[in-house]
Design a protein around this ligand. Structure first.
Ligand code: PLP
Length: 406
């Protein structure tokens, strides 16, 4: 018998809600304590902020961790501190959030889009070398969805060509590559604590590094150009006030205590969901086993093949799945280079060479992922039970049966 789809008024497959963020009284109390202390700000980057930075550096296994207002600024600080000059080129993937590339523009540099690997949707390491020119200065690999990029290959090509590597680990809190925490592998690693992220204080960011010079420069840039040991009214660099508050720091510190356990849970559930979805014709989980030892599943992504679903488009399938109670989304509708920012060269005050033209850029793997294939399930669901994962798979099977009978 054909079951009525929830989108047509039938029963939902998944009844429960998945909350995010998760918190308890310890979170409420630690924030309340800061309120009562009257020390809310962070003029000297000390107090709870310094404490959380110490904890996060320990967590990542890096010498330094430097907090800032968000993940975009974390990337911007890291890139500028690397010493890029106007017109320099920076290699980025086109399947990522805007900030990975827009911060390159903000540094007066040129984002060069290199396609993603169809197995992982991460920057295709084998395609980087062909995009390198005499102007290339850095690579920003994004550990998309929390799956590690092929860092050995990326570091090798960077070393061969004298490039800096800034990891965009904004999805990768607690995830690991060959046992090393994401963010700790390149010259610098950047994290976001925005509200959807696996570790959050509503907004916030962090850069981790082992490089003394990078740290000193980023520290100055995030604190209005001040330098260690300098006077309050002594500004050496064109920095800004990118400091976070004590509220954010104390909350993140408390949330960090849960991160390891939550990450392992997401990893375990994601691995189990892979097994379940592999058995469904027309559904292919992204490939695992390319070096990632822990996947943080900030997003659980699978590939959808409409030919096994009676030609139903990815957009409609995603709506059907969401109606079944699986918190999901069709993902990015187009590659990043299709944004008006790039297509119309809306570079405003930034000094991007006249010759830079994105109208002919085409990364076929990214185009296919956006148009046809990629479906995203949100990270908080990965903290559910094994039974929840089974229900997600049943929802897909229900849709498949229904559309194939119609
Ligand atoms: C891959 C990636 N990089 C960078 C960022 C920027 O982080 P934020 O929103 O904290 O500025 C995000 C945020 O969604 C992201 O997904």
């Amino acid at each position: 018998m054909r079951e009525e789809l929830a989108i047509n008024g039938g029963p939902k497959t998944v009844e429960r809600d998945f909350e995010w963020p998760l918190y308890d009284e310890t979170d409420v109390n630690c924030v309340a304590e800061i309120v009562r202390s009257g020390k809310w700000g962070n003029p000297d980057c000390g107090g709870e902020v310094a404490q959380f930075e110490k904890e996060f550096a320990e967590f990542c296994g890096t010498k330094y961790a430097l907090s800032c207002v968000n993940g975009s600024v974390a990337l911007r600080l890291a890139l500028i501190a690397c010493g890029v000059k106007p017109g320099d080129e920076v290699i980025v993937p086109p399947y990522t959030f805007i900030a990975t590339a827009s911060i390159v523009i903000e540094a007066n540099c040129v984002p060069v889009f290199v396609d993603i690997d169809p197995r992982t949707y991460n920057l295709d390491a084998s395609k980087i070398e062909a995009a390198i020119t005499s102007r290339t200065k850095a690579i920003i690999p994004v550990h998309f969805a929390g799956q590690a990029c092929e860092m050995d290959e990326i570091l090798a090509v960077a070393a061969k060509n004298g490039l800096r590597v800034i990891e965009d680990a904004c999805h990768g809190h607690g995830a690991a590559y060959k046992g090393k925490k994401l963010g700790s592998i390149g010259d610098a690693g950047c994290f976001s604590f925005q509200s959807s992220k696996n570790l959050t204080s509503g907004e916030g960011g962090m850069v981790v590094t082992n490089d003394d010079a990078l740290f000193q420069m980023m520290n100055s840039l995030r604190n209005v150009g001040r330098v260690e040991g300098g006077a309050w009214y002594e500004h050496h660099h064109a920095g800004c006030n990118y400091r976070i508050t004590q509220f954010q720091a104390v909350l993140l510190s408390n949330q960090l205590k849960r991160l390891e356990e939550q990450t392992l849970k997401r990893h375990e559930n994601g691995t189990y969901l892979n097994e379940l979805l592999e058995a469904i014709e027309g559904i292919t989980p992204l490939t695992r086993g390319l070096g990632e030892t822990i996947h943080s599943y900030h997003i659980y992504i699978f590939k959808y093949d409409r030919s096994k679903f009676n030609g139903v488009s990815k957009v409609d399938f995603s709506k059907m799945l969401a109606a079944e109670g699986v918190p999901c989304f069709m993902g990015y509708p187009q590659p990043l280079y299709k944004q008006p920012l790039f297509q119309n060269r809306n570079f405003m005050c930034y000094a991007i060479p006249e010759t830079v033209d994105y109208t002919n850029v085409c990364c076929p793997v990214t185009e296919k992922a956006c148009d046809e294939e990629a479906v995203w399930i949100f990270q908080n669901t990965m903290l559910g039970t094994k039974q929840d994962m089974e229900l997600f798979a049943s929802a897909i099977v229900k849709i498949q049966k229904s559309v194939n009978q119609s």
